[in-house]
Design a protein around this ligand. Sequence first.
Ligand code: PMP
Length: 446
Amino acid sequence: MMETQKSYEQLAELDKKHFLHPTTAIKQQQATGPDFILTKGEGIRLYDLKGRSAIDGLSSLWNVNIGHGREEIAQVAYEQMKTLGYSSCFATFSNEPAIKLAAKLAEIAPGNLTATFFTSGGSESNDTAYKLARHYWILKGQPERKKIISRSQSYHGVAMGATSATGLKPFRDFTNSLAPDFHYVDHFSPQALRDKIQEEGPETVAAYIAEPVQGAGGVHIAPDGYFREIRSICDEFGILFITDEVITAFGRTGTYFGIDHYDVAPDMMCFAKGITSGYAQLGGVMISETMHNDFIELSEGTLLHGYTYSGHPMACAVALKNLEILERENLIDNARVMGEELLKGFKQIQSERSIVGDVRALGLIGAVELVKNKDTNERFPEPLAPKVLAEAAKRGLIMRSVTFDNQDTIVFAPPLIINKQDISELIQILNEAIEAVESKAVSEFN
Ligand code: PMP
């Protein structure tokens, strides 16, 4: 026990001194050091150096869909690394796992998405999508089509293009110079897209991009009919429709892809995270067969876009095994059924707790909003979600809060292997954590 304590402190010191953390409040990190130094993951649970365990209520970063600690994945990575640890895919080079994965994706993807460009993650996938869309219009003789339109509460990543496309302002305000030709529209209004296209001039717009379910922006589920209207507006003005499925692909929402709920297909699709369940760094962009054929026919030179790790053999081998597990264990169906259980639990909490407003879920992605007044949706003067998070962590549940744009929301995306008993445990801890914050908040702010 003493030994563990000591090594935690030593590591925490080194962390503070040398590790510039992603998406982290830097003063707080310096004051407290890392809270969780994770040592092990197994199933839906994480374990840390202080000897604690917790349910991984967000599948870490919405990505560990098949759960932690899968031997089979480790084995496949080991075999691939031993045989061919790396292979270029530039020019005339290729490798078997990358070829097989691209073919598998063509089989399962919505609509007629048939060809994949591989990246190392979601941000690279977004930058790739914008570049491919613009290059496509150059090849089609319409080089003035450069503008990318996205939604006001969207999150598309942190590369320069992805940051520029991200609707959430704090991410754009982090730096003071962004990529040009990005525009934003209200997130649930097809009319806003139509107006924006007309204002900018349809002949200048390359593509519209949207997450099927807005994840980092607060888990906003599109109203029925939204994406059908979006698809028809894009068709009317000849604009490419891109879905950012970085969170929603590979079963998260209870269907293979998030857009499958809406009965439409995109021209391009970004993915990452769930393709390997986080076991290896991999993402990609799929394009339609029509676009692919146009590229083949019209491209005279080289497709001058490629990452060293595009089509990484180990990452692709891991992805193939991950998809095999997803299908073999019926995890997409499980996500749908357990998603209904999760929502039932949220509704029970909503009926018991005075500070719970809207609750929602689509498959295993969901949100619980905290409000001062259930009838008017009035918020507390300061968000309570971070306090609920702290209470939940003490009780063995890790979640995420969203406080942008006057939101006070807790978001969830547990691993797709979760069962009924685990959901009951999650709901019970959540209810207790909200209760712990509720009485204090009500007396303080009333
Ligand atoms: N797009 C969406 C919809 C995302 O949720 C994320 C990550 N949360 C990204 C892009 C960026 O992915 P990455 O962090 O792998 O670069």
